[in-house]
Ligand binder design. Structure first.
Ligand SMILES: [Zn+2]
Length: 222
């Protein structure tokens, strides 16, 4: 009788970023938690330094900075506010200023991976951030991914998921991080349960309880 060997566990793809920096860029506070909060927590748990860059703060600046910092702590990330002293939208920036800011992030952090909004968005600010990050690809190599639209309404846009991240072990952290943004949810009487349900629906596609999805713009397989 032949001895059975235990099945070997597949190496964790996220471990590729251990000891390296990854930068996630959101147009506004809460976009990152909604779009890929679980993935960011999995990355920080896997040993990556996770920088959560927020381009603009359209309202309640002081509260929203506090909320984003609290959410980042839950996800094991650190915030970087690009315009902390101005109440504004991304569209208020000139294009060259926005591209300069994204280039600055790439030069400062030399990320192994960058995560940005998908072009599949109705929100102009989100599309502008996507385009500026695409432009930063010319500076140096980094893996580049786009996360899904963060709208709380179902919208008909062509987001093409290429990769799925199992966030089952961290779904509660993701939901806690989202709830930190009380100016956007609790204080407006809005519930956040549908974000858990959305992660569950994505999980069903790949056979796990909860997942998030990403578009892959470029990814180096070493
Ligand atoms: Zn946004």
């Amino acid at each position: 009788m032949s001895a059975k060997t235990a099945p070997r566990r597949a190496p964790d793809v996220l471990a590729k970023y251990a000891g390296q920096t990854v930068v996630a860029v959101g147009a506004h506070p809460d976009d990152l938690e909604l779009g890929l909060g679980g993935t960011l927590k999995r990355l920080s748990d896997a040993g990556a330094r996770v920088v959560m860059a927020v381009v603009s703060i359209p309202s309640d600046r002081e509260s929203r900075i506090k909320e984003a910092n609290a959410a980042a702590r839950i996800l094991g990330g650190e915030t970087h506010f690009l315009t902390p002293d101005r109440t504004m939208r991304v569209e208020d920036l000139k294009n060259h200023e926005l591209v300069g800011m994204m280039d600055g992030l790439v030069k400062q952090y030399e990320p192994a991976a960058l995560f940005t909004h998908s072009l599949a968005n109705l929100h102009k600010d989100h599309k502008l951030v996507h385009e500026a990050c695409m432009s930063s690809q010319r500076l140096r190599y980094f893996d580049l991914f786009c996360y899904p639209p963060t709208s709380c309404h179902a919208i008909n846009v062509q987001f093409n998921a290429h990769a799925y991240i199992d966030i089952s072990p961290v779904i509660d952290a993701k939901m806690r991080a989202i709830r930190m943004h009380s100016t956007q949810f609790a204080r407006r009487g809005l519930k956040t349960d549908h974000y858990r349900e959305a992660s569950s629906r994505v999980g069903q596609i790949v056979g796990v309880p909860y997942a998030e999805s990403l578009e892959i713009v470029r990814m180096r397989l070493n």
